[in-house]
Structures are given as C-alpha cells and as structure tokens.
Write a protein that binds this ligand. Structure first.
Ligand code: GLN
Length: 543
C-alpha cells in the first residue's frame, strides 16, 4: 500500500510548499520509489478555471482536461509524472458533489455534515488510484489555521489515526524569520504554528524551516525541543539560487533521509546527477538571448509560470540564458516609433495566451513588428489568433477580428459550437456558463510533414498537446491567409480546426492554438521552445 506524506504550511503563505512537495517527490523518485503528488485547495471555487490569473497565477491544464492549480505544473516538471483530474481538488468541488448527491436523495434522509461527509470525500480523494505507488504526497493549500482548511486538516488527522504513523508522515513547512535589529533568527512563529497543528490533533513529524540565514545548531535544537520532533527532523530550508537547486539542497540537509527514517525504510543514496547537471547548465550559460513577452498579466510572473519555465528549458537546451522582458501589450497601442523602441532590443517576440479584448491591438501590433522585421515570433493560443488577425489585415481584410471582442463582419477568429471531441461530437452554447465550457486537455493535431514545426518535432506528423480555449481560427479564411504567406501547417484530425500556423518565408514565425509550455520539462525541453530560443540565438548573433 502507498504511504502518505502530508505537506502543510504554517506562519505565512508563499513559503514555496508546492516546490517543496515537488522537490521531496523528486528525491524519493531518485531513490527508485514511485511517487504521485496531489493538491488540496481549500477555497470554494469549483476549480481555478474561472479565477483571475492576478489572484491565483496561471491555470494549469492536464492531459485529461482538468483546470488545475499551478503547483501541478511544478509537480510535473520535477517528477515527469503527468498529473490528472484526480490530483487536484477544491472545497468547492467537494461541496458540489455532496450537494448533488443530497439532492438526488443518495443520503437517504441522513443529516449531511462536514464530519463525516466532507472529510470522507477528502480521504477518498487522497487514497484513490494509489495501488501502484510507493508514496503519495498531498499538499494542503493555504496556511494552518485558515477556516476553509479545517476540514482538510481534520481528514488528515483521521487518516493518521486509521492508517497509523508507519503509513503517514506530516511535513510542516514554517518560517524562521530574521529580525535584523536583533540580529537573530526567531523560532517563536514556528512554535506557534506547531501548537496550532497540535491543537487540531496533529503532531508534525518533520519541520521544514524556511530561513534567509543559516539556522544555528542551538536554534535547531530549540525548535526540536519545543515542537516535539527529533533534532534531525528540523530541516533548514534556505533560499536556493534557482529552483533546480532545491532538491539538491534539501537532500544535503537530510530531508529525504529523514522521511525514510520516519517510515523505517532504507534505500541506496539517490541518483542526483541529472539535477546537478541541470544546475550546472543553468549557472554556466554560454550566451544570452532576450525574449519580449507581450502579454496582459505581466505584473505577476506567476500568471505565466509554465511559460517562464518553458523558456528557461529552451535556454537549457541551447546552453544560453533566456532573459525575459515582460511587456504590457497596452503600451503597444501607441505610435509605431514607441513599438519599435520597445521591441528592437528583443531577439524573439512571444505573444502568450490570454482572454478578453484588452491589450489585443497591442499584441497585433507586436505580431506585425515581428513579421515585418523578421524577428523570431512565437504565438501561443490567443497569440496564434492574433497572428491570424494580423495576417488577415495584412492580406487586405481590414476589419479582421475575433468574436471574443464583440460582433464583427470578419470573424477570422470565432466561437465554434460543435466539434469532434474525444468522445464524439461535443457542443457548447454561445452564451453558456464560463466554467468548464472550453476545449480542454490533450487533443491530437496532424502536421504537414514539410513544415518547420514537423521538423522541430523530429519529423512527426501527429502530435498531442494540451488546449484551453473557447475560440478557434476560422478555416474559411485559410485561402486568403495562405496566399499572404501564413500557412496552416497543423490541423485537428478531422481537418476542421487550425492548430498551427507558420510563415515559411520568415526565420521563425510559428503560432499554435495549444499550450506547449504545459508539457515542457527541464529534462525534456519542449521542441517548440528549443526551436524558438535557437532562432532567437541566431537573431542575437545577427544583431
Ligand atoms: N481567449 C482565447 C480563446 O478563448 C484564447 C485562450 C487562450 O489563450 N488560452 O479562445
């Protein structure tokens, strides 16, 4: 049976629990264990799909179409294990299911309560489909003591009681702040946070103490004494120079060894050379390129988490550092000279995914600049749609637009209400709910074997990539666009939905309807990102 590791956070949010869970999983994997990571999000949204990227960062999409928390992206990138629907749950989803059952009469008149109904649903979720695993790591979102989080903590307490200490391990992530005026690290917040946990019936087994300064031996011993854990179970977690160094650092501090000790397991030392290899490559680039990302949510890098990582991976593949310049699309809705001033220093221009009209004219202007100046261009989802609208306007269809932005005479991008989905014909209503009405998850695309993208994918003519969009490029404009040089080099298998466009007469001009960034991993950089960064590198050598 799989053993469970529960990861909770105390003191403050943003301690990097997701990265911590991903790193611990990677360390256990490096010791030969089979792992899976799950995330509990205590908020009441049914899924993060309708949440603003400003509030919650990017929405990560799995192959099976879950709109999930961005931590699932870390999990996939660090372990290589693809996440699925069953790896992320919110309170909203649990209540939705329970209330639907209650309305159907499934509870046969019983009173429906947080304990046992909500807690049972949480326990079922944690334990579902775990037979072929050695470890399931469950991260609880938020901070211990949050009202919404209480049912989750209670469910985990019950699991410890039912499965025993030998099958469950509580890792609590806390903060040990440095008070500059006193010149001291303070352990009291950690003590309070552990007391909060014990008040809820849980004694943490391992404390991962985030700190900005070396944790002196005396403080470590003090935390162990007051928090009732072994001294070896107090793991200092200093800020790492980059995220790839985190697993190595936690290993050096003894985290994975302590987890194995807790479970009474032994294993040979982990094989970590691929991690040190990547840290080495990251820290010793042979060059540098600057990529301008022209987007809407540029104030909050978490809104483009996977994109940021995929560009880094593209850099690793080419042994260069990728400097990302986040550019607010709205600033491009100005004079051409200002656009040129902002974009001329870029070796590549990327227009990422997005929703709504704001900033789109600026994105179109950025596409035009890339096309006219032959600067490597990569358009993702909304970015591909903008490339098509720009192409149509360049072909003389001046009113080209998307129905996402209101009624238009020239719907180069429009909503499609019927298409062949994974399980036959799928339909959606034009004015339907916003939640769960998108083309989501992995879909196949057929590639033109002579295209640039096909060569980047190693000559493949069929690929599978993850989607998250409501609108499509309108196939009716294909002829006009191709005549102008914008070739449709990838289509859905039924030939209806454009998946990829490219301009073969440009150094690198590619637009894709899917989100390749979601599948890029440090040990397997996505070919489109490697190709884009390689093109930017050629551009950097030219300019
Ligand atoms: N807003 C566009 C659509 O819904 C693009 C979505 C995206 O970029 N993810 O089709």
């Amino acid at each position: 049976m799989a053993r469970h590791i529960f990861i909770t956070g105390g003191v403050v949010s943003s301690l990097g629990k997701g990265l911590m869970a991903a790193s611990l999983a990677a360390l256990l994997q490096a010791r030969g264990f089979r792992v899976r990571i799950r995330k509990f999000d205590p908020y009441l949204n049914v899924d993060p799909g309708t949440m603003s990227p400003y509030q919650h960062g990017e929405v990560f999409v799995t192959d099976d179409g879950a709109e999930a928390d961005l931590d699932l992206g870390h999990y996939e990138r660090f372990t290589g294990v693809s996440a699925h629907q069953g790896d992320n749950i919110t309170s909203g989803r649990i209540y939705q299911d329970i209330i639907a059952k209650e309305r159907r009469g499934d509870y046969l008149g019983a009173t429906v309560q947080v304990i046992p109904h909500v807690t049972d649903a949480i326990k079922d979720f944690a334990q579902a489909d775990t037979d072929d695993l050695d470890f399931v790591l469950c991260e609880v979102g938020g901070t211990v003591g949050d009202i919404e989080g209480l049912p989750f903590i209670e469910a985990l307490r019950q699991m410890r009681n039912e499965l025993g200490r030998e099958s469950t391990c509580f890792v609590h992530v806390t903060l040990v702040p440095y008070i500059a005026a006193a010149g001291e690290l303070k352990t009291k917040p950690t003590q309070h946070s552990v007391r909060e946990m014990t008040g809820l019936g849980i004694q943490p087994d391992i404390l991962l103490c985030r700190c900005e300064h070396e944790l002196p031996e005396g403080e470590r011993a003090k935390i162990a004494l007051f928090c009732n854990v072994r001294r070896e179970a107090v793991i200092p977690a200093l800020d790492a120079p980059n995220i790839y160094a985190v697993p190595l650092q936690y290993h050096a501090e003894g985290l994975d060894a302590e987890v194995l000790h807790h479970f009474g397991l032994s294993s040979p030392a982990p094989e970590l050379s691929r991690w040190s290899g990547i840290v080495d490559r990251f820290q010793n680039p042979e060059g540098e390129v600057t990529i301008g990302v022209v987007g809407k949510y540029v104030g909050l890098p978490d809104a483009y988490k996977s994109l940021n990582e995929a560009l880094v991976h593209g850099g690793l593949a080419n042994k260069v550092k990728v400097k990302i310049k986040w550019l607010d699309a709205e600033i491009f809705e100005k004079a051409d000279s200002e656009i040129a001033a902002a974009l001329e220093p870029m070796h590549g221009i990327l227009v990422p995914g997005g929703f709504g009209e704001r900033g789109t004219e600026g994105k179109i202007a950025a596409v035009r600049f890339a096309r006219e100046r032959d600067v490597p261009f990569f358009g993702i989802c909304l970015g591909m749609q903008m490339a098509c609208i720009e192409g149509a306007r360049s072909a003389g269809i001046e009113k080209a637009s998307s129905t996402e932005f209101g009624p238009t005479e020239e719907p180069v991008v429009g909503i499609i209400t019927e298409w062949m989905g994974k399980e036959g014909l799928e339909t959606r209503a034009e004015g339907g709910d916003l939640g769960g009405t998108m083309r989501l998850g992995a879909y196949t695309a057929k590639l033109d074997g002579n295209s640039l993208v096909s060569s980047l994918y190693g000559g493949a003519t069929e690929i599978s990539e993850r989607h998250r969009h409501r609108y499509e490029v309108n196939g009716k404009y294909r002829e006009a666009l191709e005549k102008d040089g914008l070739i449709f080099s990838g289509m859905s298998p039924d030939g209806l939905l454009p998946e990829i466009v490219e301009r073969p007469d440009r150094a690198f001009f590619v637009g894709v309807q899917f989100h390749p960034e979601l599948k890029s991993r440090p040990f397997e950089p996505h070919p489109l990102f490697s190709g884009f960064v390689a093109a930017a590198l050629r551009q950097a050598r030219l300019v």
